[in-house]
Write a protein that binds this ligand. Sequence first.
Ligand SMILES: Nc1nc2c(ncn2[C@@H]2O[C@H](COP(=O)(O)OP(=O)(O)OP(=O)(O)O)[C@@H](O)[C@H]2O)c(=O)[nH]1
Ligand SMILES: [Mg+2]
Length: 874
Amino acid sequence: MEYSGPPVSHDIPQVVPIDIRLIPTASVAAARAVRLKNFALPIIQPIVKSDQSKKNVVVESNSVSEIVEDSSNFESSVRVYSRNLDNDSDIGCAPLPNDSNHLLGSSAVEDFNDECNAGVSYDNCSNATISDSKESTLKSLENSSENASCEGDEGCVVEPSTQGNRTSAVTFRDSPSIDSIYEESDEDDHAVLPERPVASNDGKKGSCYKCHKRNRFAEKEICLVCGAKYCKNCLVRAMGCMPEGRKCITCIGYPIHESRRGLLGKCSRMLKKQLGNDAVNQIMSSEVSCEVNQLPSYLICVNGKPLSIGELVMLQSCPNPPKKLKPGKYWYDKVSGFWGKDGEKPSQIISAEMAIGYRINEDASNGDTNVLINNRRITKAELWMLQAAGINCEGNVHFWLTADGSCMHEGMNNVLGLLWAKKRVKIVCAALSLPYPSDTSIHDGVDVDKGAAEAIARSLEQKMMNKLLLVGSEQSGTSTIFKQAKIVYSVPFSEDEIQSIKFVIQKNVYSYIGILLEGRARFEEDYLVEMRRQQANEPGPSGDSGSVDERNIYSLSQKLKAFSDWLLQTMISGNLEFIFPAATQMYSPLVEELWKDKAFQATYRRRNELHLLPRAANYFLDRAVEVTQMGYEPTQMDILYAEGITSSNGVASVEFSFPKSSQDWYMESPDENDSAIRYQLIRVHLSSLGENCKWLEMFEDVDLVMFCVSLTDYDEYYEDMNGVRTNKMVASKRVFESIVTHPTLSDKNFLLLLNKLDLLEEKIEGSPLSECEWFEDFTPVMSGHPHRANSNNNPSLAQRACHHVAVKFKRLFASLTDRKLFVSVGTGLEGESVDRALRYGREILRWNDEMQPVNISMNDSSCESITNTIEPIT
Ligand SMILES: Nc1nc2c(ncn2[C@@H]2O[C@H](COP(=O)(O)OP(=O)(O)OP(=O)(O)O)[C@@H](O)[C@H]2O)c(=O)[nH]1
Ligand SMILES: [Mg+2]
């Protein structure tokens, strides 16, 4: 995951105002302010008053000394750090950025730097004791800076703390209002504001934005403003003491990027390791509470009216506030408390009766029914909810719904039903992803038992679930991946499931045997024909052709022939599955006998000629005798290889969470509670999506669509009734097109799973990728050992082919949606591979939350860069 903003070097900060910002008790800021004032500089940025009740940030002494030791290399960013000023405090001041010249003039910078180095470097200040008082702070400033003076009115103001004598605020008089720091957000076209710093790591993917050392897998900490990421060695140097949380020093005072709001207060393990728990708690607390990091009220628009600060405070401090409030346009039904995004169904029920926003618009939620609730036309899902409550919604009806769930006709007094008291409504709400009141206290007089509360909790949990839709073309491997997910994430198969899996596997084995027996009959016939032909060409000494023995090496005994006839008949009539479990007991001795039979063995040796025999048959046929026994228990591998286990026509779903694993190398800001986050993998067979995939509508609330393609499809064909052949990869492409352009999925992230890499590796040597017309332009130039999987610099043919296929799909996706397609390559039969793909899916959801543009290149075509990476479409 990389930041892909405009290419501005981060090491040499962009033309941004040097940000001399309040650090609650840091006299360093005051020192800098004084110096800057002496240089008569315009201080452009507003001052953010950090929570003055907070103590200053503690940087553990080892971190500090590390900084100091390294200070010789540290020239291009402002460094501010201090020790806990509750104790005797040491202060340090670092040189200003060299390229601050545009503000300071080069000599000013040099002077300032000299001063820092000479006067207030950490070492020099280490003996300076700052007591918790304004006077002593100023005194220490005088000590530490020859020319420093503080003529409050002219340049800076040192604000007394509200807490005792602690010096806590330094502000500059000419600062503009705080409003000016809010940049326009995606959702809002507010006035043009000072440009937020942008980050770049000079195109070095996965590298630290400061030292530029590349290690994609090493944890990094992100600046909430510009998105720059720093490795553990550079973190403290780049971010200083973090008075506003994780921000580059040059970003302090700027509002955080809205896409990173979800990260507020959630730091990485790396930060804790570097600074220790106490310091991190302090930093996180400042990050969450400091004023500049708060959501700008005007970016929240309710019923067509941007909120004032007071209204936002009211909204956020009400008993049931909107969760995870982000900038955007919302509607709010003041009477019932229903709350949703403009044009969408309700997403929450918040506290009612708050005086925010204008009157609700009838089309606020884009409803398409004849029913109005509190003047809002409701959506179909809500209509079903009302019906579940037994409320008659025939005709054009206008209801009045109060916060306690009482529903009545508009203008009438009789209550038609109490919505939140009906258990059925809870279930319907959970099923349709509609909100249900979270505060049971609103049920005045309604008996909400423990079970109901649990149901509410479950329904809320359901809503929080991350839903992954798995779909793919025929035989692409979706059910294998689905089963693999169950195995990898330890979701047990129930006893009943195992029993039915056992019968499915046994039925499959009988059908494989049937295919072999059918082949045997053909081989027997062919053999006979050949014998007759030979006899005719080579007549015996008497000159007559004689009679050919009808029996040959493919002939069965009468008993086995009878069994064979019965089995083939049962298969043709489609009754195979109905003979279980009885068949197990009756026919397993015959299978054993058959297996020992020479004719059957001769057929088995020629099984590669039997094209109806699926690949999985090889796995089971070797153990046919064991599998057809009564006492057979399927192993996990058997379940994985078995065909037809996940209902081939339906929808199957499994819930899981990711256990902590070493594969969490994707995690940039690991969430401690990650294993508590639930995911639901929903596998749907293509045939159940109907014509033009119209039933995709049912999956409007999925978070990620995973489309599975078999890499072996490129040289395989379907043949229709008229003998017209279609390349399977081209067929997959068509399915892909219709799914990605389906209106229900128009704003979803897509992850392409290129499956069966193992088979591609086997096949590609004998069958070129260009066999498929879509890949005609695949002309790899191979050097060395072309087919050997090897280092990043010399990818194998299969790896190059994967890359080519991935790029084709990515371009197609971009042309259809103007968005980026994520790709994961792997082998569904390998647990690790499926785990990696699903974890990648999780990362995509996280990135989506962060709205982080991603820009990792597949430039070196290595397997690693092909697998689970995102590339720019070239
Ligand atoms: N060698 C290999 N075989 C695989 C892989 N993934 C799936 N298969 C096999 O490919 C066949 C089809 O896989 P399924 O998982 O049944 O495919 P599907 O998407 O459910 O297809 P339908 O059954 O048509 O719905 C099965 O025999 C699997 O064992 C893989 O990565 N490698
Ligand atoms: Mg299948």
